[in-house]
Design a protein around this ligand. Structure first.
Ligand SMILES: CC(C)(COP(=O)(O)OP(=O)(O)OC[C@H]1O[C@@H](n2cnc3c(N)ncnc32)[C@H](O)[C@@H]1OP(=O)(O)O)[C@@H](O)C(=O)NCCC(=O)NCCS
Length: 194
């Protein structure tokens, strides 16, 4: 049984592609069942996701990449990916592309810490604001609101032939998010709980 009391946050590398793909597919199943058409969820394959994540992780650069949370046994159970905002027009706006934890590891502050580390990485690369898109029916919207994200936009996407509403949460000041999450200076890299 894995040691769940120790948590290390660190930069992801291509070697994490398989573990990230596992968390991604598992978490989509537990998070979006009932929100996203079942064929989309049932059609997700860890092997395909592994290849996609491997490609992504091979092209990381300052301000664009991923961070993972792993337990004392070295098992990756959560991750966040980030980079330049894909839709926002503000100059210097970064985006959290993905943020997922396995269901049994949620609600213990790890999502906040992954978000903080990603924010630190983006701030260190010159990003000044941060956006994240979430399905409007996803309970995670309350998480972003709790952390001070303000509703900045909405859009409709189509998945599996169904139109779904997404909400964009924005932190106009990236530094403010970090202060809210943890009164530690930017630059801290690794967190450990025991
Ligand atoms: C969303 C997610 C990343 C949050 O991570 P987490 O570790 O569970 O959240 P934390 O423990 O850091 O919570 C931080 C704060 O947000 C609140 N919060 C977290 N999830 C919440 C929810 N669903 N509803 C209401 N509040 C929530 C917590 O109560 C906590 O508040 P507090 O500071 O007053 O105690 C995680 O729950 C997850 O992976 N969910 C499934 C995948 C998902 O939806 N990802 C987002 C896709 S856009």
């Amino acid at each position: 049984m894995s040691d769940q009391t120790t948590v290390v946050l660190r930069t992801a590398s291509p070697a994490d592609a398989s573990a990230i793909a596992n968390v991604y597919v598992e978490s989509w199943g537990t998070t979006y069942r009932g929100l996203i058409p079942a064929p989309v969820l049932d059609g997700m394959r860890v092997l395909k996701q592994t290849l996609d994540w491997w490609t992504t992780l091979c092209h990381c650069q300052p301000g664009r990449g991923a961070v993972v949370a792993e337990d004392g046994a070295g098992e990756v159970f959560g991750f966040a990916s980030f980079g330049a905002a894909r839709q926002r027009q503000e100059p210097g706006c970064g985006e959290i592309y993905t943020l997922y934890l396995l269901a049994d590891r949620q609600g213990r502050g790890i999502g906040s810490r992954l978000l903080l580390l990603a924010a630190q990485r983006m701030a260190a690369s010159g990003y000044r604001s941060l956006a994240v898109w979430a399905l409007s029916d996803n309970p995670a919207c309350a998480f972003y609101e709790r952390l001070g994200g303000v509703v900045a936009d909405r859009r409709t996407i189509t998945l599996g032939g169904v139109r779904l509403l997404e909400t964009c949460y924005l932190w106009p000041e990236l530094q403010q998010l970090a202060i809210r999450l943890q009164p530690a200076p930017f630059g801290e890299e690794t967190g450990r709980r025991s």
